[in-house]
Design a protein around this ligand. Structure first.
Ligand code: SF4
Length: 417
């Protein structure tokens, strides 16, 4: 069994925990942001609808800023106010609404899970974190804890990026915060700290603190409702956490939660010494040739060809300009044009002259794990042409229709190139 946490990294005083909860909750009730999902979670009397409302918000908020999510959330809940309504939607509709929010598989998984609740669970949301995680595809430990505590009052903690930062600072945890050992300790801590009678509010308060006060670069420690409990702050002010005379022992050698001995406390960083993460892997670089194929539509307005991506993998089911990955070592414009012309020929069922392709520019888009460079070309077509729709669906759209389609942000950038 792992060694019990050392006193520096532990909430060992029940009185202190009680005061921390009270201070944090009082601050939350005073300062929390008005967010549409909070209003729904607080007022919706139907338990399934309440769970659904929180679930949608949590999935949208993964990797996405609150300010961006609000408008998407309101439109989503207006269009599909219940699980049943979402279960009946098509993937195309889901992708259209999700367009621009990124990480598209989230919308798809949400809809698949809604179908499962309707068809296999008689339309009822599971009520505990354990069941939510077990029964709903795409619902991990954090999302399950958030839904169960906020919608159903289960006294269970949550650990997301904001909570990691706050807890690591409160208890001077400087070991790699993405390591399983540290994450496990943080879950134990979150489960022990959560307020038994108001778990949903407590969890939201902890996350709100991380989002608005205990922010990554310049935390507002003076305004912090839990500063008296914060050992990173004490260490910054007094050189070491004051009520803990033996803390100098911690971190010398073998403490699994202290910063590594090779990277000790840096006084110029203050509380932002915590949390620490192992260096991130660099995203993989990819180059893709893409062609804005334009023709004159029947009403004289220009139209552009969109093709649909495969139904699994990156940007599944979204629409894009005909695109083809380029070998990494190919940087020669003539050869790039030839690769693209061959690809277009397969779509158009007729030869495409590579010289007709006009280079427009390059657009870079960062996906979570890929740094994608789109090498953008354009081609104007005269007269009619047949399309080979056997490999995947395609359609001609006006500029207006393009913007209303389920296209990724990367493709919108390509239009602006
Ligand atoms: Fe974060 Fe500062 Fe509050 Fe500590 S005192 S929890 S570092 S904002």
């Amino acid at each position: 069994a792992p060694a019990p946490p050392r006193v520096l990294h532990h909430f060992s005083d029940p009185g202190e925990v009680e005061t921390l909860r009270e201070n944090l909750l009082a601050w939350y009730y005073r300062c929390k942001r008005d967010l549409p999902w909070r209003a729904l979670a607080a007022t919706e009397p139907d338990a399934d609808r309440r769970g659904y409302a929180v679930w949608v918000s949590e999935i949208m908020l993964q990797q996405t800023q609150v300010a961006t999510v609000i408008d998407y959330y309101n439109r989503w809940m207006q269009k599909w106010p219940t699980l049943q309504a979402l279960a009946e939607a098509s993937l195309e509709e889901v992708n259209e609404l999700w367009a621009g929010l990124g990480y598209y598989s989230r919308g798809k998984r949400l809809q698949e899970a809604a179908r499962k609740v309707v068809s296999e669970l008689a339309g009822h949301m599971p009520r505990t974190a354990e069941d939510l995680q077990k029964l709903l595809p795409g619902v991990g430990r954090y999302t399950a804890g958030a839904i169960a505590s906020i919608s159903y009052g289960q006294a269970t903690g949550v650990v997301d990026g904001n909570v990691i930062r706050v807890l690591c600072r409160l208890r001077c945890i400087g070991a790699d915060s993405s390591s399983p050992a540290v994450i496990d300790r943080l879950w134990d801590m979150a489960n022990a700290l959560v307020d038994r009678s108001r778990p949903g509010d407590f969890n939201q308060a902890l996350m709100e603190l991380g989002a608005t006060v205990c922010v990554p670069k310049a935390p507002l420690c003076r305004e912090c409702p839990v500063k008296q409990h914060c050992r990173a702050q004490q260490r910054k002010l007094f050189g070491k956490p004051v009520p803990l005379p033996d803390v100098e022992d911690c971190g010398v050698g073998d403490c699994p939660l202290c910063p590594p001995a090779t990277e000790p406390w840096d006084s110029s960083l203050g509380v932002t010494n915590f949390p620490r993460k192992a260096a991130k892997k660099q995203p993989r670089a990819m180059r893709t040739a893409t062609c804005v194929l334009e023709r004159r539509g029947c009403r004289g307005a220009p139209e552009y060809l969109l093709v649909q991506r495969p139904s699994s993998g990156l940007l599944a089911g979204l629409w894009e300009f005909p695109s083809h990955p380029l070998p990494q070592d190919l940087q020669d414009e003539k050869k790039e044009k030839e690769v693209l012309a061959d690809h277009l020929q397969a779509w158009m069922g007729q030869p495409v002259a590579a010289e007709g392709l006009q280079f427009i520019g390059e657009v870079i888009h960062i996906f979570s794990h890929i740094r994608q460079t789109y090498v953008v070309y354009s081609l104007h077509l005269d007269g009619d042409m047949t399309l080979n729709t056997a490999s995947s669906p395609s359609r001609w759209v006006t500029e207006e229709e393009f913007h209303a389609s389920a296209v990724s942000t990367a493709m919108k950038k390509v239009v602006g190139a």
